[in-house]
Ligand binder design. Structure first.
Ligand code: PA5
Length: 337
């Protein structure tokens, strides 16, 4: 196996250990008192934002207040003194996140930061804001364990979820116990995606961000376009367009993500969609989350998707590590200031 592929694979296989480390590190961070908010906004981009989406889905059925992610320069007008705003940027230098952070501070809400350094961490330190510093040296998407678990710890401190340690522990044990089998499975999944447009459907709200994580990892590791959608909403629009334009029909590989929380009618819908639109795709596979608790179930499919994206890169001779176009865009934008 070539160097970069092995490096990325190691990082993905190390996700459970990273989550355990993140729990320990963020538990020691000096976060001070975080007042219980009336709403949470998590600001970030790309690999730093997805943890916010995962937290949103995880807390959907348990948090008394809404959690939203913000991927832009501006912040919503609803931010105010009773809101919690968490700026997440792995590098600490992402311009959209820095801009949203500045706007949030002007709004008078509680602001916290998760970062490995850069201007964001420096500003948070200067202003004595709650700050979780995560270790540097990873591609942001490979630091998901640190970014996501730190966010969960922050949200627990704000009184919005409970038993984070136990839940992370359960996810970690599952991932450690299953990762070799998932790696073998990922090879087969990747084989079915090769040369095709991956289309990933989530069938439960716990898995919406997981499907998006699949898309982003396929984009950045395997360097392919990927489309995502959610059921049952899909059944009210996209079902009509499946397999069109015609060249897509022969080239589309559907991956449907299922959870034990998938509504039985949604499962029935999926079965019928795959049969009604039978000529509209080349391949369809369904993957079931594993584990008991919601965090473990979510992470089982995150890790499987991460592994599939690295496998697909390997099978198609693509280097999973560099993201040259993202880097080039950032350079151009920095020059254009
Ligand atoms: O994966 C990537 O490199 C990107 O999606 C980055 O996460 C994104 O550009 C934002 O950068 P950062 O995570 O440093 O804030």
């Amino acid at each position: 196996m070539k160097g970069n592929e092995a490096t990325m694979l190691d990082m993905v296989m190390g996700l459970p250990e990273q989550m355990a480390e993140a729990l320990e590190r963020s538990g020691k961070a000096r976060l001070g008192r975080i007042p219980r908010p009336q709403g949470v906004t998590v600001a970030g981009m790309g690999g730093s934002a997805i943890g916010g989406d995962l937290a949103r889905d995880l807390l959907r059925t348990e948090s008394p207040v809404p959690i939203a992610t913000n991927r832009d320069y501006a912040v919503p007008a609803s931010l105010g003194p009773r809101s919690l705003f968490v700026a997440v940027s792995y590098s600490g230098n992402t311009e959209e996140t820095l801009s949203a952070y500045r706007a949030a501070r002007r709004s008078g809400c509680t602001v916290a930061v998760i970062s490995s350094g850069g201007r964001l961490a420096a500003s948070a330190r200067r202003s004595r804001l709650p700050l979780v510093t995560v270790p540097g040296g990873f591609p942001p998407r490979a630091a998901l364990g640190h970014l996501f678990v730190s966010l969960l710890v922050l949200l627990e401190r704000a009184g919005l979820l409970h038993r984070v340690e136990r839940r992370v522990g359960e996810a970690v044990s599952l991932m450690v116990g299953r990762r070799q089998a998932w790696r073998r499975r990922a090879k087969l999944i990747a084989k079915r995606l090769r040369g095709r447009l991956p289309v990933v459907y989530s069938t439960a709200r716990l898995l919406d961000a997981v499907a998006d994580r699949w898309r982003c990892q396929l984009n950045e590791n395997a360097k392919v376009v990927c489309h995502t959608n959610r059921l049952p909403e899909h059944n009210h629009n996209e079902v009509v367009g499946m397999g069109r334009p015609g060249f897509l029909a022969e080239r589309t590989a559907i991956v449907s993500l299922l959870d034990r929380g998938t509504h039985r009618r949604t499962a029935l819908r999926l079965k019928n969609v795959l049969s009604i639109a039978g000529g509209g795709y080349a391949d369809a596979q369904t993957l079931q989350s594993e584990g008991r608790g919601s965090l473990a179930r979510m992470m089982s499919l995150v890790m499987l998707g991460d592994l599939a994206s690295v496998e697909l890169a390997g099978q198609t001779g693509v280097d999973p590590l560099p993201v040259a176009r993202i880097d080039e865009l950032k350079r151009r934008l920095a020059r254009a200031k």
